[in-house]
Design a protein around this ligand. Structure first.
Ligand code: ADP
Length: 632
């Protein structure tokens, strides 16, 4: 095949644009990215050659780096798996990552500083070459094949792909450096010693030798000789004693290992020598991957046996709700040639997984106690995952007990509160934990039911995430205190004053049974019952749901999940001490069959729906009725 000119996929083009007009502050990371790719390619070759004996040869795996002052280039070569022409087109001309488009849209909408932060979460891998180079050539020959291809691009709209000669398998990437990266300034990527330092800094633990040419002289007057040296120590980080390692070491390791651009929020280095021996190096990233909650998100840990890479994305170690945790497990008790199927059955994997889960829960509890700011940052990114954990622990009391103290919620008094903290603040007479669901804190604060609670100084837990109400349902109680939604029919305040008002309202209700029956008839079957209430102060109406029915927001969630049959059982409550009630009474007394009375009733119901953030079935009709009322 001859030379082809091809366009980058649209998203790739946009991403490249970001890279070329570099909003990246760290110019050095291209080297780490390209070395990571080279080391992955060597891993892939090793794994392939386990089953395909033709690939096994005596070429020792290595990565070679040549900075060259004369040609103003830096070349990174590996003798790994290499790529076919199609693979080059698919891997290098296209970004396969799901969530790329969402990510780019977010970038476009954000300020420069926010964009920096965002791009840090994404990482652009190979394209980072264009931070420092104005032209990149990639020559590659797939292991087991005779032909090679050359890919060339200046990082603008298109790339060129052509056949080429290459002696042996693997990939060579040549970066033609921009002038500012080959002078004597801060960055000179043609300088052997600067590159040596960068390799030691970012890629010391890479498992394959990273080699470079050094000029050496025995005596100053001698002609320099070229000596090839391995620059990295190749010692897997996780085999080193914890006491020797700094947080920075871990940070660099994870950036390399996971192709992340920013340091993780938290790292765990776990060594165990019980029934199963293993070392795990795990981390919680600072930010959730854009596609973390998508079904095609590939979670899982990397698996090593005796420091040799076996496979990526092993889902069998951690339960799904901990899918945000990343890292690796290295165990000599797992055989080198283990398959995914055997892994699923392996008791060793189960033992390790249980221990890791326990450890992560314990460490999160510790973070919550010792570093609240960090925990809240964790929560904003991954709180949903912990909630899913609680939700899924419906039949696992032990797990539920270990997770419930990790939950934090915004409340009417605190930015975030644990359930234990909330209970500790409850006044003696309060017997239940008050919760309210809504779109956000502002919407909940505006609920008419909140007014009285606010006045009494009572605290309410805000459930602003659709999964929250389900979590509360599963928990049922905390510290022997039941949860009580303030928008449920059976909600009542426990203090003496509230009890007194309740009795008064019950008296009024007795003498207004007819009125309530006629209101119910006017609003129709959407409402199960119409009642008088003691829970409102300045509000005229509110909508609550029956004790065991889904709430209105749960109904919305169910509808969004295509389960429209789960309906909230609605109860319309009227405040007998409100002027609107007096008006209602008067209209009823005048003529309970009049259109005025009926319109008044349906308008009240529509307003109650609006307060709950639910659009009435016929908004135009409501608008007409309100206009009528305004002009009367
Ligand atoms: P990532 O490494 O995060 O997948 P990159 O943009 O760095 O993203 O690389 C895209 C893909 O190109 C890789 O997944 C790999 O399949 C292929 N690739 C990149 N560099 C090499 C290499 N040196 N050898 C073989 N394949 C490579």
């Amino acid at each position: 095949m001859s030379v082809e000119k091809m366009q980058f996929q649209a998203e790739t083009k946009r991403l490249l644009d970001l890279v070329v007009n570099s909003i990246y502050t760290n110019k050095e990371i291209f080297l780490r990215e390209l070395i990571s790719n080279a080391s992955d390619a060597l891993d892939k070759l090793r794994i392939e050659s386990l089953t395909n004996k033709e690939l096994a040869d005596d070429l020792a795996p290595e990565i070679f780096i040549v900075p060259d002052e004369n040609s103003k280039t830096i070349t990174i070569s590996d003798n790994g798996i290499g790529m076919t022409r199609d693979e080059v087109i698919n891997n290098i001309g296209t970004i396969a990552k799901s969530g790329t488009k969402d990510f780019l849209d977010k970038i476009r909408e954000s300020s420069n500083a926010a964009a920096q932060e965002l791009i840090g979460q994404f990482g652009v891998g190979f394209y980072s070459a264009f931070i420092v180079a104005d032209k990149v050539e990639l020559l590659t020959r797939k292991a087991g094949e005779n032909s090679a291809v050359k890919w060339t691009s200046d990082g603008a709209g298109e790339y060129e792909i052509d056949d080429c000669d290459k002696d042996s398998r693997g990939t060579t990437v040549v970066l033609h450096l921009k002038p500012e990266f080959c002078g004597d300034d801060e960055y000179n990527f043609t300088d052997v010693y600067q590159i040596e330092r960068l390799i030691k800094k970012y890629s010391d633990f890479v498992r394959y030798p990273i080699k470079m040419n050094f000029e050496v002289k025995d005596k100053p007057e001698d002609e320099p000789q070229i000596e090839i040296r391995t620059v990295n120590s190749m010692k897997p980080l996780w085999t080193r004693p914890k006491s020797e390692l700094t947080r920075e070491d871990y940070d660099e390791f994870f950036k390399h290992q996971l192709h992340e651009w920013e340091a993780p929020l938290e790292v765990f280095h776990i060594k165990a020598e019980g029934t199963v021996e293993y070392t795990a190096l795990l981390c919680i990233p600072k930010h959730a991957a854009p596609d973390l909650y998508y079904s095609n998100y590939e979670a899982g840990l990397q698996l090593y046996s005796r420091h040799v890479f076996i496979m990526d994305k092993c889902k069998d170690f951690l339960p799904d709700y901990l899918r945000f945790a990343k890292g690796l497990v290295d165990s000599p008790d797992l055989p080198l040639n283990i398959s995914r199927e055997i892994l699923q059955q392996s008791t060793e994997v189960k033992v390790i997984g249980k221990a890791l889960e326990k450890n992560i829960i314990k460490q999160l509890g510790k973070m919550l106690k010792d570093d609240r700011d960090k925990y809240e940052a964790f929560w904003l990114e991954f709180g949903k995952s912990i909630k899913f954990g609680v939700y899924n622990s419906m039949f696992d009391t032990k797990l539920k007990d270990s997770l419930k103290d990790l939950l934090i919620f915004p409340t009417s008094k605190e930015k975030f509160s644990t359930l234990a903290e909330y209970v500790a603040r409850m006044p003696d007479f309060q017997k239940k934990i008050y919760v309210a669901a809504g779109k956000d804190a502002a919407a909940i604060q505006q609920l008419p039911q909140m007014e009285l609670l606010r006045e009494r100084g009572l605290e309410v837990i805000y459930l602003t995430d659709p999964v929250d109400e389900f979590v509360i349902d599963v928990l049922h109680e905390y510290a022997e205190k039941h949860f009580q939604s303030i928008t449920r029919e059976d909600f009542e305040l426990d203090d003496a004053e509230s009890q007194k008002i309740k009795e008064e309202v019950a008296e009024i209700a007795k003498s207004h049974e007819d009125l309530l029956k006629d209101v119910k008839e006017a609003v129709g079957n959407n409402v199960h019952e119409v009642k008088l209430t003691s829970r409102l102060k300045s509000g005229a109406v509110c909508l609550v749901t029956a004790e065991n029915s889904p709430s209105l927001s749960m109904e919305k969630t169910f509808a969004a999940m295509n389960n429209p049959m789960f309906k909230a059982v609605q109860i319309l409550e009227l405040n007998p001490n409100h002027a609107v009630f007096k008006k209602l009474e008067a209209l009823h007394a005048q003529d309970k069959n009049s259109a005025d009375f009926k319109n008044f009733c349906t308008t009240l119901y529509s307003l109650a729906l609006l307060i709950e953030g639910v659009m009435p079935d016929n908004p135009a009709d409501l608008a007409n009725k309100i206009t009528d009322l305004l002009t009367k």
